[in-house]
Ligand binder design. Structure first.
Ligand SMILES: Cc1ncc(COP(=O)(O)O)c(C=O)c1O
Length: 443
């Protein structure tokens, strides 16, 4: 690229940031200062032609990579054919085809149905509506450190106060919270190996102290917490929830918006614990970055409300459905789960070595390719590394050409959501940049 063109594009990048500062609500977070021009697989290029390795993957929406050729050609084909009718107004076959694909991923003997929406939060809202209508009960229990979205009901479900909840109340009624087993930071006096039992007992206590089990419509849980900091629950926790839901006629809603579509090495994270959801919430990587989400679950629950009670103008838009069908094809033909396994192996080995090498890494954890490093000031006290220092590490990575994002209740967790299709060379280069940055930081 010529230097003049480069300079022009550079000026355009500056303009975009200035325009953003002036006209875009500052409530919309900016995790990096990159003004992206285009992207391919696990690489993106900014408006000055600088290349970045993408470990953020559109916050986990790009498990099959940026602009996969099959997704691009499906979108082109669809854009020339039909972009919108609203599925309420006139049916089209791709909507039902996506629902069929989703239903077939649930290894349940019970019949399944699905409905499509636009965002993860919207799907969560609808899962709660379905559970309430089906059970004719009102209470919903979510878990500490959970993240389910930014609508008012989702804010209420979230188990994290700072930024996400403060100032936005009053919140939705009839939402209760139980503890989630975060084995790196167990409650005082609780041994991590007793956490499953502790958390399940606390849940039962909630049914005695706050709301009876027979008025509880649903439990909603992430099988690996995403925004909470990639917290993998202790063994048998999900199984315990399943058993309690069965005992009390409660709908178990599993939110796989971030953990789904191969991220953890299985298609769904719940498969690791051999637990089945009554309702599954899906989003992000379902349509490779096109806005599409879904609730999939037992037909009797999905069919409970009257026609017109769920849905919306755009849910299951034809372009998003075409992209989702391409994603399913890519999973079938390109062995994405195998790729997820090899990405997981590489990242886990490097992260474990970083944990040994650097004093600021309290824990290297994760499931499959959903991996994270929890940063601390001191490995003994586990005091979280202050957020300005975490941001410094992320900014230094960005300077060196790696896009990385954080998570965690203390904002001190580096997480990896790179496309599962990332080339080995890019993966290793990204990990090298992170290692070098941590090394410089710890000097
Ligand atoms: C587990 C989980 N549920 C729900 C959501 C909300 O999804 P969306 O941002 O598409 O509304 C997210 C987003 O990060 C998520 O991680």
């Amino acid at each position: 690229m010529g230097s003049r063109l480069k300079a022009q594009i550079g000026a355009h990048g500056n303009t975009a940031l200035k325009q953003r500062a002036k006209f875009v609500s500052s409530g919309v977070a900016a995790y990096s200062s990159i003004v992206v021009d285009h992207a391919q697989n696990a690489t993106l290029w900014d408006s000055e032609g600088k290349k970045y390795i993408d470990f953020a993957g559109g916050i986990g929406a790009l498990n099959v990579g940026h602009c996969h050729p099959k997704v691009v050609s499906a979108l082109k084909r669809q854009a020339a054919k039909l972009t919108h009718t609203s599925f309420h107004v006139a049916s089209y076959s791709d909507y039902a085809a996506v629902c069929e694909k989703l239903c077939r991923t649930i290894p349940s003997p019970l019949p399944q149905k699905a409905a499509l929406f636009n965002s993860g939060a919207e799907a969560v809202e609808n899962a709660v509506k379905l559970a309430r209508f089906f059970t004719r009960r009102s209470a919903v229990i979510s878990f500490g450190f959970a993240f389910h979205g930014r609508t008012l009901l989702c804010l209420t479900l979230n188990g994290r106060e700072k930024v996400l909840k403060s100032g936005f109340g009053p919140f939705a009624p009839e939402i209760y919270r139980a503890p989630f087993p975060y084995s790196y930071r167990p409650p005082a006096g609780i041994n991590p190996k007793d956490l499953t039992e502790y958390c399940l007992e606390e849940l039962k206590r909630l049914w005695q102290s706050e709301i009876p089990a027979n008025q509880t419509a649903a439990l909603i849980v992430e099988p690996v917490q995403g925004e909470g900091g990639f917290i993998v629950p202790t063994p048998k926790f999900l199984k315990g929830l399943r058993e309690l839901c069965d005992a009390h006629g409660i709908v178990l809603i599993i939110d796989e918006v971030q953990s789904g579509f191969g991220r953890t090495g299985k298609f769904w994270a719940f498969e690791h614990e051999e637990v089945l959801p009554d309702l599954l919430v899906v989003g992000k990587s379902l349509a490779a970055g096109m806005p599409l989400s879904a609730v999939v679950g037992r037909s009797e629950i999905m069919d409970a409300p009257p026609a017109g009670a769920i849905g919306g103008t755009y849910g299951g838009n034809p372009l998003a459905c075409a992209a989702a069908l391409a994603v399913f094809e890519i999973f079938e033909k390109e062995n994405i789960l195998n790729k997820a396994g090899s990405v997981a192996k590489t990242v886990q080995a490097r992260f474990n070595s970083f944990q040994k090498k650097f004093s600021i890494i309290g824990e290297s954890r994760g499931l499959g390719a959903m991996r994270a490093l929890e940063l601390v000031l001191d490995k003994k006290t586990k005091a979280p590394l202050p957020v300005n220092q975490v941001k410094q590490i992320i900014a230094d990575c960005e300077k060196k050409g790696l896009l990385l994002i954080k998570a965690g209740i203390f904002d001190n967790v580096l997480r990896t959501l790179m496309p599962l299709t990332i080339e080995d060379a890019d993966l290793n280069e990204g990990l090298d940049i992170l290692e070098e940055t941590l090394e410089d930081f710890c000097l």
